[in-house]
Design a protein around this ligand. Structure first.
Ligand code: PMP
Length: 418
């Protein structure tokens, strides 16, 4: 009998029958509270009726048309809707299918626009698994080892990971910016540097919000040297952090913004947005692929943005995020192996440490696994795998957060005792 590839290693034995809102029902009839939302993908909750209806309706009209041949209405509407929430300078949008593809498109664009080869990414960043995106990724060796040579022309600069360095945040920011300057002086000169790529909150790298002063430092250096500042909002964007975009916790705005994941509540679509003068530096045909801007995915994205607006989900992410954070802080108070609780909005995490303060991957994995027995789905992250992330849908209710915290408390106790 043919089996699934062993590469598709599942963290849980759950087989989904159906899902709604914050909940997943297994084929065994168990009901799980889903605080993974497919790594933040099901932003409006599982199978939001308006998203389902929009996709159903679109499927009966046209499923796919190559937008380089004929345009379709969902993509026109989506572009208008995104225009309402994007920084006004980013007045041109290009569509692809996945985060990685959009990352690749942004790198190609930065290189074509500047005529320079190098990209500087930041330690702990995750930008995807395609060979170029993997080269930008430093959220664990599993993402970049064993298939070299990966894309060249990439340098990884420090990210201000204050907790791991054991420093206060200001010291960590000063260090990261000084090291970046040193890199620009000694390894990748501005004349050779096309772009900086950074996540407003490191996702797979451990849910570390980029401090505003750090982002502002990148913006200043990008302005000064005509380097393209690319913000990868794939995980932090679309309301997740309690602002529509993760970078809106700072005063900066990017030259290129990348979005995917939560954009269409689970349908595969991604986009890069940039000023039209920058976007037009790539020539037609140099970017894109067969399924980019698929009509059903675009219709689901339009419905997603409407639901986020109509149901005030960005505000909900902020309010429910505070509730979640308070609960996690309380758990930390009674559990010395939770080294740090951090995050923004509904993008929260706990970093586990040993008694000696070293990264505790074993405990993070145990918490995730034991939580399944308490009918709570969680994900780990962190470059060293010692962080548990909590990512409810943006629609999550106060009762669901309370239930999730109760289950988490029980799972922590069981993982600890076990
Ligand atoms: N960038 C970030 C910040 C991500 O979190 C991810 C996915 N985890 C990607 C890019 C890659 O997206 P995809 O898996 O859709 O290719």
């Amino acid at each position: 009998m043919t089996a699934l590839s062993p590469l598709l290693k599942q963290a849980t034995p759950v087989v989904v029958d159906h899902a709604l809102g914050s909940w997943i029902w297994s084929t065994e009839g168990e009901r799980y509270l889903d605080f993974t939302t497919g790594i933040g993908v099901t932003s409006t909750g599982h199978c939001h009726p308006r998203v389902v209806a929009a996709a159903r309706e679109q499927t009966g009209k046209i499923i796919h048309a190559q937008y380089t041949t004929v345009m379709h209405l969902p993509l026109i509407s989506l572009t208008e809707k995104l225009g309402e929430v994007l920084p006004p300078t980013l007045d041109s949008i290009f569509y692809a299918n996945s985060g990685s593809e959009a990352v690749e498109a942004s790198i190609r664009l930065a290189r074509m626009a500047t005529g320079r080869p190098n990209i500087i990414a930041f330690h702990g960043g995750f930008h995807g698994r395609t060979v170029a995106a993997a080269a930008l990724t430093s959220a664990g060796t599993k993402f970049r080892s064993g298939f070299s040579p990966i894309m060249g022309g990439v340098h990884i600069a420090p990210f201000p990971y204050a907790f791991r360095y054991g420093w206060d945040e200001e010291t960590a920011i000063d260090f990261a910016l000084r090291e970046l300057d040193y890199l620009l002086q000694t390894i990748s000169s501005p004349a050779d540097t096309a772009g900086f790529i950074v996540e407003p909150v490191l996702g797979d790298g451990g849910y570390l919000p980029a401090p505003p002063r750090f982002l502002e430092g990148l913006r200043e250096r990008a302005n000064h040297h005509d380097i393209v500042l690319i913000l990868d909002e794939v995980q932090a964007g679309v309301g997740r952090t309690g602002r529509f975009w993760g970078h809106q916790h700072s005063s900066i705005s990017p030259d290129i913004l990348i979005t995917a994941k939560g954009l269409a509540s689970g349908f595969p679509i991604s986009a890069i947005a940039a000023p039209v003068e920058l976007m037009s530096k790539a020539w037609p045909g140099s970017q894109g692929g067969t399924y980019g801007g698929n009509a059903v995915a675009a219709a689901a994205a339009v419905a997603t943005l409407e639901v986020i607006h109509d149901e005030h989900l960005v505000e909900n992410a902020s309010i429910r995020g505070r509730q979640l954070r308070e609960g996690l802080d309380e758990l930390k108070g009674s559990n010395p192996l939770i080294g740090e609780v951090r995050g923004l909005g509904l993008m929260q995490a706990m970093e586990f440490v040993t008694d000696a303060g070293e990264p505790n991957q074993r405990l993070a994995t145990a918490v995730q696994q034991v939580a399944v027995e308490h009918n709570l789905l969680l994900l780990t992250c962190g470059a060293l795998g010692n962080v548990v992330r909590i990512i409810p849908p943006l629609t999550v209710t106060s009762e669901e957060i309370a239930t999730g915290l109760d289950r988490l408390r029980a799972a922590l106790k069981a993982a600890h005792d076990g």
